[in-house]
Design a protein around this ligand. Structure first.
Ligand SMILES: Cc1cc2nc3c(=O)[nH]c(=O)nc-3n(C[C@H](O)[C@H](O)[C@H](O)COP(=O)(O)OP(=O)(O)OC[C@H]3O[C@@H](n4cnc5c(N)ncnc54)[C@H](O)[C@@H]3O)c2cc1C
Ligand SMILES: NC(=O)c1ccc[n+]([C@@H]2O[C@H](COP(=O)([O-])OP(=O)(O)OC[C@H]3O[C@@H](n4cnc5c(N)ncnc54)[C@H](O)[C@@H]3O)[C@@H](O)[C@H]2O)c1
Length: 470
């Protein structure tokens, strides 16, 4: 068997794997190999973040022009929207990304990577098998896979790859799920011309965010003609002539869902009910480990996991952050040093590119109370600042801070409204830097920008929060 040796071997070339490799070797004499079985850049670049945001942005801009005195309403042109998606996924060609990796001194090895003992990975491809040995570390960065319960499997439902890679637009699309994929995909699929129905098991959308955020997104979806059935479970699925026609094409005849609310027929079914770390085929058994060991961090010093595969929040920026930390840890360990790391985990931000947009970081109010904090909550309409009010004629949504009553530190923040995603980073900085609210008041935002919303939020706190705690 052909054999290679590198200092660091990364299985999976998504954003997390690429960053782990880059940060482990940059500024050192070490070498790294990234093993990738599909496209270098991973799910995020070709079937998740990039195509979904490429599809959503023109829809959001057209929406604004429909709500902004002084311009005429722009129309989404479906063929152009799909062409924009194709541009942003480089027509599913990763040569640009491979060029970047090679330029950064990272070797790209094509094939399926599998652990085959300590610091050893076997790569299987059409050319045969290769053994890749790691002198220092192996990193598992294999991402996650969408949940497809058995009940749905025979109907060949769409997953998020089909939705972001849509080629044939179904007249009627049913989406099962009320999370981030469902809320975002409903918007671009409706803009492309589908009649969209969301079937949501919970009694609310976006279950991990503040309830007021889910309510605003529900209202926004209904206003654009999406039907949302809350508290509805699916008991059965049948489909006429299911056919594996390819990503983004309609997978057969009509689909009928039997739900707690009656039968529902559609031309396609998108399953968006969460994802799980992809750890079942990476050879963990060859080193005496299980998937649970990986997701709970019980790993030998030579083995690391980053990104969705680690079981942490399945978000690109979080996976890349983990990867930078792990990369620096590997680089330091190789030279007998210890990399500096903060003594607690960074807060996790997320932006849902729905209408209205939702940007949040840290704890929700309920999460903070459950964690034992005595909290003070301040919430204002997002239209409360001149800068936010100017963004469009009708600004919906509210924004909120969750503050610890005794330390006066920010625990969490949620912004709902236009450009909400751009407001959240200030909250991330405040939490990461332990900036108390009486100091935050002196971080002056320019007039009239959306950031002035911070002033409105801080003014709503009790007056004594303007002083340091006694
Ligand atoms: C529709 C959708 C939209 C999203 N939008 C956003 C967003 O806007 N912002 C955000 O932060 N997150 C978003 N996410 C989440 C984001 O896509 C993931 O968190 C991110 O892709 C995880 O990166 P990763 O590197 O861990 O894994 P991935 O991107 O999944 O990459 C893993 C790579 O490993 C490869 N691989 C797997 N197993 C093997 C093996 N055995 N051998 C070799 N290669 C292997 C795969 O082919 C893949 O290329 C979205 C997700 C979806 C589904
Ligand atoms: N903008 C972004 O950052 C972005 C966009 C898309 C996806 N993502 C990431 O991708 C991940 C996956 O997204 P998702 O929307 O698939 O998952 P999710 O966890 O956000 O939502 C899953 C939804 O499916 C429901 N559900 C779970 N099991 C079910 C079942 N058996 N039957 C019916 N409903 C069920 C849940 O109640 C929830 O409403 C997210 O966790 C998110 O981090 C991020």
């Amino acid at each position: 068997m052909d054999e290679l040796e590198h200092d660091v071997v990364v299985i999976g070339g998504g954003p997390a794997g690429e960053n782990a490799a880059q940060y482990a070797v940059e500024g050192t004499d070490m070498t790294a190999a990234i093993i990738e079985r599909e496209l270098l850049g991973g799910e995020c670049s070709y079937w998740a973040c990039m195509p979904s945001k490429a599809l959503l942005r023109p829809v959001a801009v057209a929406d604004i022009t429909a709500d902004l005195q002084g311009v005429t309403t722009a129309q989404v042109v479906p063929s152009e929207l799909l062409a924009r998606r194709d541009y942003w996924v480089s027509s599913y060609d990763d040569s640009g990304q491979v060029g970047w990796a090679e330029g950064a001194g990272l070797a790209v090895v094509r094939g399926d990577g599998r652990l085959a003992g300590e610091r050893t990975v076997v790569v299987t491809s059409a050319e045969g098998e290769r053994l890749v040995r790691a002198r220092h570390a192996v990193v598992i960065a294999t991402g996650s896979a969408a949940h497809v319960p058995d009940m749905y499997a025979d109907a060949l439902p769409w997953d998020s790859r089909d939705a972001t890679g849509v080629v044939e637009v179904p007249d009627r699309l049913v989406v099962v799920g009320g999370g981030v994929v469902a809320c975002e995909a409903a918007i671009w699929m409706a803009a492309l011309g589908s009649e969209v129905t969301l079937v949501v098991r919970d009694h609310r959308l976006l279950g991990r965010t503040e309830p007021f955020a889910g309510e605003a997104v529900l209202k926004g979806l209904r206003e654009r003609g999406v039907t949302v059935r809350l508290g509805t479970s699916v008991d059965g699925v049948r489909r006429a002539d299911p056919a594996a026609t390819g990503t983004g094409r309609i997978h057969g005849g009509a689909v009928t869902l039997t739900t707690s609310d009656g039968e529902l027929e559609a031309d396609e079914l998108l399953l968006a009910i969460g994802r799980a770390p992809r750890l079942d085929d990476v050879g963990l058994d060859t080193v005496g480990l299980s998937a649970d060991d990986v997701t709970s961090g019980r790993l030998p010093e030579w083995l690391h996991a980053v990104g969705d595969a680690s079981g942490g929040p399945p978000l690109t920026h979080w996976g890349k952050h983990q990867a930078r930390v792990v990369g620096a840890r590997i680089a330091a360990a190789a030279s007998g040093e210890v990399a500096w790391e903060p003594d607690r985990e960074a807060p996790v931000p997320q932006v849902v590119f729905s209408d209205p947009e939702v940007g949040s970081v840290g704890m929700t109010e309920a999460g903070a109370r459950d964690a034992g904090h005595d909290v003070v909550v301040t919430r204002v309409p997002t239209s409360a600042a001149a800068g936010t009010g100017l963004l469009r004629d009708h600004v919906s949504g509210e924004s909120q801070l969750v503050v610890d009553a005794s330390t006066r530190l920010l625990l969490g923040a949620t912004f709902v409204g236009p450009e909400a995603g751009e407001l959240v980073h200030a909250a991330t900085v405040a939490i990461t830097g332990d900036v108390p609210v009486h100091v935050l008041r002196h971080a002056v935002a320019s007039y009239p920008t959306a950031s002035e919303l911070w002033l409105r939020l801080l003014e709503e706190l009790p007056r004594d929060f303007r002083q340091p705690p006694a």
